[in-house]
Design a protein around this ligand. Structure first.
Ligand code: PLP
Length: 451
């Protein structure tokens, strides 16, 4: 029998295990409970108002109070709250969303498969790529290339693709064949005296040598976020993506663009692969697809990928893969309306228009004695804090200083994310100039308060 505690905080401590949380610390301090959203703002249970500088989890593009999404969900709930996509069944929102996604993503992507989350989507990609290579009679071509600091999710396969020790320690990951290449982040990973062009050339040389050492016949796919997000917002060096694309084409390796954060305008172009000029064989999107009002992820693939999968389903009798709620009609209806809002309000254009104000405003913090680097494109950015600007030495203990900055920002009424030594920023795409000024002012005050 359970006894109800006398406050939501106590009830939370009593009954909930939180993701990405130190459970023992949580037992002492309890949760910050968010009760209400309004545009770019949220309110906590004490009534304090926060500018949401991370759009929830890099995801609430249209803001926290879009009534059209509520109406779209309610209408679809009333009409057909659930139906499956299994076994030749379909529903209108799923069909129409697929058509729309093919229309707005790069034109060589022609078919869509739905899951509930980015992690499930990347697990599905791993399985589809393996499935394809089995069909093509090359069962040894199964390895993935990923990068240190990549974030592709936390399930067994996607967590293996992820290149962050914190997601792998204690879980016996990676558990699938994956090779993590050097993180394409010039500030942190370049050698002393190396130019950006030399850094790119070294990374491409490393990638090619890895492919040759492992054997191209064993490497199935390269997966990457165009701009790396949850690992600390790292933008790639000049020439990196075209170089990776050329290598993948040379060695018959599929390119997977993980656009779970980058998609739908976040980088100032509709999709991150368009910002960096490469053509993926598979593109994964989630988060801003529904502005996270409903769980949904979509995998887009080329006709070449689809045809091999389709042939194998004919041979085997079925595609033995799918999720009960994958492509749920309510989630698809919300995604359709969300994309309509993004288009009608030209939110992708808003990101492009505000990029300079946002990025140059943040770069003014470069003068701060603890700011090592400010980086980002579009409306996504990272500020890396260091103990010594000349040597780039990180603060001790690890993560402490960015966590402190994040707490100070919250005191100012601004939510940001601390990622190791970096402050991550990714505001809703509906943000306006005055709200960017507010964000910069609050962040500036938080940085000034650092010990
Ligand atoms: N891929 C990328 C690039 C992500 O940023 C994330 C989540 O942040 C994921 C995959 C995993 O998505 P989910 O948390 O929906 O499983």
């Amino acid at each position: 029998m359970t006894t109800r505690s006398n406050s939501l905080q106590e009830t939370d401590i009593a009954y909930q295990l939180h993701p990405y949380t130190n459970a023992r610390v949580h037992e002492k301090q309890g949760p910050m409970i968010i009760t209400k959203g309004d545009g770019c703002y949220v309110y906590d249970s004490e009534g304090k108002k926060y500018l949401e500088g991370l759009a929830g989890l890099w995801s609430v593009g249209v803001g926290f109070s879009q009534p059209r999404l509520v109406e779209a969900a309610a209408k679809q709930m009333a009409e057909l709250p659930y139906y499956q996509n299994f076994a030749h069944k379909a529903h209108a929102p799923g069909i129409l969303l697929s058509e729309k996604l093919v229309e707005i993503t790069p034109e060589h992507l022609t078919k869509v498969f739905y899951t509930n989350s980015g992690s499930e989507a990347n697990d599905t990609v791993v399985k589809f790529v393996w499935f394809m290579n089995n069909m093509l009679g090359r069962p040894e071509k199964k390895k993935f290339l990923s990068r240190n600091k990549a974030y592709h999710g936390i399930t067994v396969a996607s967590g293996s693709l992820t290149g962050l020790p914190g997601n792998q320690k204690g879980f016996d990951l990676p558990a699938i064949p994956v090779v993590h290449l050097t993180c394409p982040h010039y500030y942190r990973w370049a050698e002393d005296g190396e130019t950006e062009a030399e850094f790119t050339a070294r990374l491409l040389k490393e990638a090619e040598e890895t492919i040759l050492a492992e054997g191209p016949e064993t490497i199935a796919a390269f997966i990457g976020e165009p701009v790396m997000g949850a690992g600390g917002v790292m933008t790639p060096p000049e020439g990196y993506w075209p170089g990776i694309e050329a290598l993948c084409r040379k060695y018959d390796i599929l390119i997977v663009s993980d656009e779970v954060i980058n998609g739908f305008g976040r980088t100032g172009k509709p999709f991150g692969c368009e910002r960096y000029g490469f053509k993926p064989d598979i593109l994964v999107t989630s988060k801003q697809l529904t502005s996270s009002y409903m769980p949904l992820a979509a995998i887009l693939m080329t006709d070449e990928v689809y045809q091999v999968i389709a042939d194998y389903t004919e041979q085997l009798g079925t595609l033995g893969h799918g999720f009960t709620a994958g492509g749920n009609p309510v989630a698809c209806a919300v995604a359709l309306e969300n994309i309509k809002i993004i288009e009608e309000q030209d939110l992708m254009g808003n990101v492009a228009r505000l990029e300079d104000k946002f990025q140059s405003g943040l770069r003014k913090f470069s003068d701060h004695p603890m700011v090592g680097e400010v980086r980002g494109v579009g409306l996504i950015a990272g500020i890396e804090l260091v103990a010594d600007k000349a040597t780039k030495k990180s603060y001790e203990p690890a993560g402490y200083i960015a966590a402190t900055a994040s707490k100070l920002a919250a005191e100012q009424g601004l939510i940001v994310r601390n990622i190791y030594e970096t402050i991550g920023l990714c505001p809703p795409m509906i943000i306006d100039e005055a709200q960017i000024d507010e964000l910069l002012e609050k962040l500036g005050a938080a940085l000034e308060g650092l010990p």
